[in-house]
Structure formats: C-alpha cells, structure tokens
Design a binder for this molecule. Structure first.
Ligand code: GCB
Length: 883
C-alpha cells in the first residue's frame, strides 16, 4: 500500500518535522492537539495521486465548467503518521471537523471508524490500530448521491473532500469523553441568569480507558475575559476501568455577571481540568466559552435579549468561497463573520448545515446571535436510515455547539414542501406528508430534550396554507419563512402582506424571515431595473422594501438576507452560471451596493457611502449635442440629506429616501471626481466615464461602442475591459436597430432575456438578450476603417432542463423550437449566408462574427437581416474605429 502513496522526499521530511513537533508541543496540560492538515496524498477512485494539503475539495474546478454535473464519488486520502514511542500507553484519536459526505477511516488498512454527513465533526479512536513505527492513515471520502443522507437536493453544490481541519488528539487514558457525538465532553448551562445574579452548571463526561480504577479530581474554574478567576469548584471521584462518568458541578451564585450582547459580547470561560487525586498530575484539560444572556421570542413584540427588545437583522451564510469550493482557509471563514459585524448585522443563520467551528467562535467573540440547522432541504426519503441519519446530525449539531453563547436557535428542515413528491398521486402524497410531519416531530422532540434552553425552528417557503395544513407551523417554537415576493413571484410589496397574514392567522407563533433576496450580478447595472434582470439596482430596491416592512412591524422578530455572499450552485445557469448571485457580497467577498445599503440602515454612527462608486468605469451616450452624459448616482446614508459635488461643483442637496440619495450627474468623458458631504462626513470616488457621441457628427470622437440587443442593461466585462450599453431604436445620425422586439422567453416565462448558460463564453449576459425579428442595424459613422463584430446565440430550443425548483412562476413546459435561417448583408454585400445558428453551431452557443469595413462617401454602416425561414436575431454588436 505504501508504494501506491508515491510520496515525495520533501513530504517525508515534513513528517519528520511533524513527529518532532508532536513530541514537543502540548498546548494544554494532559493533552496534545496537533494539526494533520499537511502531507496528504490524494486520488479519485482510479485517478492519479497528487500531493495535497487540507482543507481540500476535489470539486473546486469541475463545478465551474460548462459540462453539467461534477464528480460525485470516491476520493482517497493517505498520509503517514509518525508517532513517538512515548505515545504508547496514551489514547490517540483523529478529529475530523468535516468530511463530505461519507467517510471511512482506515489505519494500516484496517477500518477504524465511519461517519455519515458532510457538516459535523467526528472523532475516531485509533489507538488499537497503531504500530508506532510506520502507521498510515487512509480516509475514504465519498460525495455520491445517497438517498439516505441529507441533503438530497438543494440550491448549493455538494463539494466532496476532506475539506475542514484534521487533528490528531493524544490524551491520557483518563480524559474527557471522545465518544459523545463530537462534543467537547463538557456541557455548560446557566439555569439562572439576570443582571444581578447567575448560576452555572457544568456537566463533565469523563472516560477511563485504563485497566484500573482511578481517583481523580475535577476542577472547574470560572474566569473572566481577562483570565482572572471568579470562582472555582472541585470534586473528588473515583472512576472504574472502562467507565464513562458524568460529573455535575454547580456555581450557585455569580453576582452581577457581565452580560453578553451584540454591543458588548462579554465572554467568560470555564476551564475544566481532570487531575490525578494523589499525584495532582493534570490528566486532561479543556476550556469552553460562557456568555451570560437570556432571550425570548414573542409573537406580538418580537425578540428580546436580556429583557431588551432587539430587532434581528442579519444574513444567512454558505461556507464556500471563490475558486476554493468549500475548502476555505480559517482566516477567510472568520472574515465572513467580521464582514457581517461591519455591516451592522446582529444575526447569522448558519444555513443550510452546521459550519466550521470557527464560525460560531467568531459569533461568540463578535456578538452575533446565531441559528444552526441540519441539511434537510427540499425533500426527504421515507426510510428508517434517512430518519436515523437526520436525528444523528441533529444530535451532533447540538452537542458540538452546545456551549456557544451566540446560539439561540436549533433548526431543521428547509422548504421541505417546495416541490413535494407524488404530485400526481394525492393519496400517496398524504402518506409522504405524514412522514415529513413525523420526522419533524421526532427532530423537535429530540432537540427539546437535548437542549431545553434554546428555541427550535423549522423553515418554510411562502406556501403558507401548505405548511399549515401539513402541520409544520405547529411543531417548532419559531417558524422561519423564506420569502421572495418580487423575485420568484409577485411584487416586493406582497412581502408586507405576508407578514400581516402570519400575524393574523398564527397570532401565537413567533417567526423570523429566514430568507429574502434578489440576484444581483455585480457586472449588471440598469436605470430601468426590473425583476430577473439581475441588476444591482433592482436588488437595492428589493432590499429597501423588505427592510422597511420588517422594521415597521414590531411583531416581526427579524430577518436574514439571503445571502451574505454569492455562492456555488452547480445547477444554476443564468448570467453567472453555477453561482447564486443573491449575496450582499460577491463570491470573492467584494461589497455590492446592497451591503452598503445595510450599513446605512444599521449603522449607529453617521454613515455616507457612494454606492455607485462600485461602478467605477461607466459608459453613456452624450446628452443631445453636449459634452456630458447624465446618469443617476446613488449614495447610501443614515443622514437626512447630503450634498454632491462633481469635479468640485455642487449638484445640490438631496433628501434621502429609504437611506438612498440620488442625483442626476452630468458625467464628462474621462475621470469624474465625485464627493458627497453630509455634516462632518464625506465620501469620494473617481468614476472613469466613456462618453459616446449622441450623433456621430459630434465633437466627441468615436472610438468604439459595444451594444446589447433587446436589453436595458449595462454590462461591465472587467476581464476584457469592455463596457456594454443598452440598445436603442435607430436615430438618424446615430445608431440603433430597426424592426423586431426584445426576446421575452417562451411559454410566458416571466424572465429577463434567457436564463440559460451560454456555452463557450464567460460573457453570458452579452448573449442572453436579443432582438428578435430584426430587419436592420444602422450606424451612421463617418468615413473610415472599422471593425464590426456581430454576436449571436440561439436561445430557443435544445435540451429542456428541469426548472429551478425555487422559480415558482416557471411552469417549464418544453419550448417550441423555432426554425431560423437568415442572411446578413453589410452595406449590400452578403456577409453571412443562410445562417442557421441551431444547426451550424448548436443551441445556446456563443457565436461571434467579425469583419473589417472601409466606409466611404458618407454611407455609414447598414447591417441587414433577411429572413429565409423564421425570424432573424441579433444578440449584440460591437464597432471599433481603426483609422
Ligand atoms: C431558497 C432556498 C435557498 C436558495 C434560495 C434562492 O428559498 O432556501 O437554498 O438558495 O431560495 O436563492 O433561490
């Protein structure tokens, strides 16, 4: 087996260094915890072996290519483990923070343990498998579809791999249990807590794996944030060989405890120690965070923390990152919680699965309240194994995260009735609903038993009646609603009506808006924003409406925007294929305008930010014959008004509406200095503007233009440094289309352009809109030498993919294919003969046709489209002047 490892010399050197570190490093008396992230050999089943470090996923690249799907199968990791002889007699464990999604751990070829589920920690005892000379760890991870393991389907990518930290844990034979669903072995509760007085109960689970009875002392120290001891408790017990003992110690009176809250997340710690009663040698020690706080969800008055009302405003988070999949380094993970804090948010919905332990540690530290949930998304399998796995996941989630003061809610099930199975067999569907209800009830009962101190939550989509009828609004203590009126269906104003409906019909049930959001592709801008155009501007309006509606209603405990950042969802197509663009940050964590909008709503200090500064290179057509182009510019603020200056000249004071001030700014060609002032606050931005002539006879010299047909969008292609403009009907002396209309999709799908992945391009928005039935495109350019590019894609027909489950308006009937053959002539010379996009290139393929033209005698450019069969189309056009 070692031969197959193909480990390089330098990797072996690393092991040598590690074995040294392993013997000299001990961060806690009694135990060693050492990262094993380095020096692994990895191969897919039947694949090539490569050297990798952890965190690692095998899907970081294949989720982004045009080929549908990604590798879902077996991945094998191997690594040597060089243990010193002095480790003999100790207990040795491997601690995996997350392996996706089925894992088997082998030591020297023998199975030492298995785990199911991608998102929770597990510990494997390996002591009895070790030879202490040339041990080899093998992890067989598999992310295949398994109908018994949640999640079954979801709007995120199920990356495979050893994608969270791996540690080696070496303990004495008497130690905190490693046999309790990945818990720390210590449970802390505060049975009583007020600003005057608190009590603490600490439950320690201790194992004795030695062959004799041991007399031990358990010591618990309560220390404050400065590490100063506030109180201490000791117990002497004896623990028999092989026994698992639970020791309970109480701190009855902690006077005037400092409370934990978002403004002041004061943390104490409990340090729990096991020592040998005779020799006083420390056998094991761990420390856990402790925050004193109490909370309440009230159906009429909302959420209260430490008796004070607190409107919850936060986000949900997925764990992946640009280019890395879910194998994200520690620093980037923690950064996400910091970004939420800086946004002014006070809540993190850890969705749709438990995440790296670092996340809740950061929430504790930064004062972010949190909910955690298990990944039962969209559907369930009616099998015993599915139920068992779900209950195990819930147990692991609760036990592993029990001591975090930030956690206030344990949740399970997300939109479990989104597209219920057996739609054509109602009696069978009732049986399915019964199974869902039973499983929900089991999860509910388990959660209340394991942790009566927190709330439970079940998250639904907007089908109010269905969830009520199936009984899913009754079971949990809080209902979560994921609401998308104005995105997948209806209009944004329907959102408020839904909130009122819940309040009226379920007056005793507290609720949270667990999701709301609209896609915003940071490359797309619009001055006429509409649903599904993916413009940043539409998302800004959407979030304003939602925030206002929640803030106006005291009975709404709060809401979490979907999502903190854009995230991978392999099956999605649209403007940025494989990515869900509902983030307030991009997938590389750059803020969008919406992130600044939240800062404006939530900041308690004066706030002023030119949100449009994110759109730093713009283009536009000159205002009639002037040397300016007037476009709106937005500023997010929590002040009443602000004054804007363009290149030093005031454009006046504007009042803020819903935290946004907007000016009409006459941009000049080149750099525009923008400054906004409100009281003592200022913000500045430089916007580089490309002025396009209103008429080609203008003083403004024409250089090049890029036009999207059938579109009101501006598209910024940063990679190729090209700015695309919306189209216009032809105007004499200028440019534009003649004939036809914008592509509207088929089967009355209410979409903006096409939502299909355009193949062989990263510039999908260039091809997703088009003018259908176009007769001519004219550009009245002066004489000269030009390069002209026409862009086409056949948007209708091809494979019918399953509709995105969330898109509730989309009934997704098969499209009626249109035959389309046409000629294209340029200035009366045939350019493309019998163009048949579907036949010649295939459906949804980017087709680019480029030519050079010598324009003489003031004729300008006229591109003509002559139909042979069906309607001619044009998706985009570019013109560049050479001489
Ligand atoms: C939802 C789901 C979430 C999706 C989101 C969306 O309701 O809970 O997983 O990603 O909608 O963007 O459609």
């Amino acid at each position: 087996m070692l031969k197959s490892l193909k480990l390089k010399k330098n990797t072996l050197l690393l092991f040598a260094i590690l074995s040294f570190a392993l013997n000299s490093f001990s961060q806690n008396p009694g135990r060693q915890l050492i990262s094993l992230n380095d020096g692994w050999a990895f191969q897919k089943e039947n694949g090539q072996s490569i050297n990798v470090n952890i965190p690692h996923t095998w899907n970081d690249k294949d989720v982004l290519d045009d080929a549908p799907g990604y590798y879902r199968g077996l991945g094998i990791y191997k690594r040597k483990l060089k243990l010193d002889q002095s480790s003999k007699g100790k207990e040795i464990f491997l601690v995996f923070n997350g392996v996706a999604q089925e894992a088997e751990i082998l030591i020297n070829g023998k199975s030492a343990g298995k785990h199911i589920g991608s998102y929770t920690r597990f510990t494997v005892s390996i002591t009895k498998f070790l030879n202490f000379t040339d041990d080899v760890i093998e992890v067989r991870a598999n992310n295949r579809f398994n109908e018994n393991i949640p999640p079954l389907t979801a709007d995120f990518t199920f990356f495979g791999g050893l994608y969270r930290n791996v540690n080696l844990l070496i303990t004495e034979p008497v130690h905190f249990t490693q046999n309790d669903s990945g818990s720390s072995g210590v449970y802390i509760t505060t049975p009583q807590v007020s600003a005057n007085l608190a009590s603490i109960q600490v439950k320690s689970l201790i194992d004795n794996s030695s062959s004799t009875t041991k007399k031990i002392q358990i010591n618990n120290r309560l220390v404050n944030a400065d590490g100063k001891e506030i109180a201490s408790q000791n117990s002497l017990v004896s623990i028999a060989s092989g026994e698992n003992k639970i020791i309970v110690q109480d701190f009855k009176t902690v006077k005037q405890p400092k409370l934990w809250s978002p403004e002041n997340p004061y943390l104490y710690r409990i340090i729990t120690k096991i020592s040998d009663a005779g020799s006083k040698v420390v056998l094991d020690q761990i420390s856990n965070p402790l925050g004193f706080r109490w909370f309440k969800f009230d159906a009429e008055k909302g959420f209260f923390l430490n008796d004070k009302p607190l409107k919850i405003i936060g986000v949900s988070r997925h764990q992946d990152y640009e280019g890395l999949g879910n194998a994200v380094p520690d620093a980037l993970q923690t950064k996400d919680v910091e970004l939420l804090k800086q946004m002014g948010g006070n809540f993190l919905r850890i969705a749709h699965y438990p995440q790296d332990p670092l996340i809740l540690e950061a929430c504790d530290r930064l004062g972010i309240l949190a909910s955690v949930e298990v990944p039962l998304v969209n559907t369930i399998t009616e099998s015993e194994a599915f139920t068992t796995n779900s209950l195990n996941m819930q147990t692991e989630m609760i036990k592993q995260n029990f001591n975090h003061p930030s956690v206030v809610i344990w949740a399970y099930m997300n939109e479990i009735l989104l597209r219920p199975k057996f739609a054509n067999d109602k009696p069978r569907q009732e049986i399915y609903f019964n199974h869902i209800r039973e499983l929900a009830q089991k999860l509910e009962n388990l959660t209340r038993k394991l942790d009566p101190s927190r709330y439970t939550m079940l998250v639904n989509h907007g089908a109010f009646d269905n969830y009520n009828r199936v009984g899913l609004t009754k079971i949990p203590m809080i209902v979560g609603w994921n609401l998308y009126s104005g995105w997948y269906s209806g209009i944004p104003a329907d959102f408020g009506k839904f909130l009122d409906r819940h309040h009226k019909e379920l007056p005793d049930k507290p609720f949270l808006v667990t999701e709301y959001g609209a896609d915003a592709d940071p490359r797309i801008r619009s001055f006429q924003p509409v649903r599904f155009d993916k413009s940043v501007e539409y998302a800004t309006k959407f979030h304003q409406t939602y925030l206002n509606a929640m803030l106006e209603r005291p009975f709404v405990s709060g809401g979490m925007a979907w999502n903190l950042a854009d995230f991978n969802s392999e099956t999605r197509e649209e403007t940025m294929p494989h990515i869900n663009n509902k983030g307030l940050l991009t997938i590389g964590r750059q803020p969008k305008d919406t992130y600044f909008l939240y800062q404006a709503y939530l900041s308690d200090k004066p706030y002023l930010k030119i949100t449009s500064a994110q759109w730093k290179t713009r283009a536009g057509i000159a205002d009639s014959l002037k040397l300016t182009s007037t476009q709106p510019l937005q500023v997010a603020t929590n002040q009443k008004s602000a004054e804007l200056f363009l290149n030093g000249k005031s454009l006046g004071v504007k009042e803020a509406t819903d935290h946004i001030c907007e000016w009409q700014v006459p941009f000049i060609d080149g750099m525009n200095q923008i400054k906004v002032v409100s009281g003592f606050n200022t913000d500045e931005a430089d916007i580089d503007f490309q002025l396009q002539p209103y008429k080609f006879s203008d003083k403004i010299p024409f250089e090049n233009i890029n036009i999207l047909l059938g579109s009101k969008r501006f598209y910024i292609d940063e990679k190729n440094q090209q700015l695309w403009l919306p189209d216009q009907p032809y105007k004499t002396g200028s440019w534009g289309w003649i004939g036809g209309e914008a592509y509207k999709g088929t089967n009355n799908r209410i979409l903006y352009g096409s939502d299909k992945n355009i193949l062989q391009t990263d510039n999908d928005p260039v091809y997703q809109t088009q003018q259908v039935g176009i007769k001519q495109f004219k550009l009245d350019v002066p004489d000269g030498e030009y390069e002209l590019v026409l862009h086409f894609a056949e948007l209708v027909g091809g494979e019918t993919k399953e509709a995105l489950a969330y898109n509730l308006d989309n009934n997704h009937k098969k499209e009626i294919e249109e035959q389309r053959i046409f000629n294209v002539t340029i200035n009366n010379v045939l350019f493309l003969e019998q163009l048949n996009l579907a036949k010649d290139f295939g459906y949804t393929k980017a087709v680019e046709k480029k030519t050079r033209l010598t324009i003489q005698n003031g004729k300008g450019i006229s591109v003509e489209f002559n139909e042979i069969i069906g309607k001619p189309v044009l998706n985009a056009i570019q013109l560049r002047k050479i001489y």
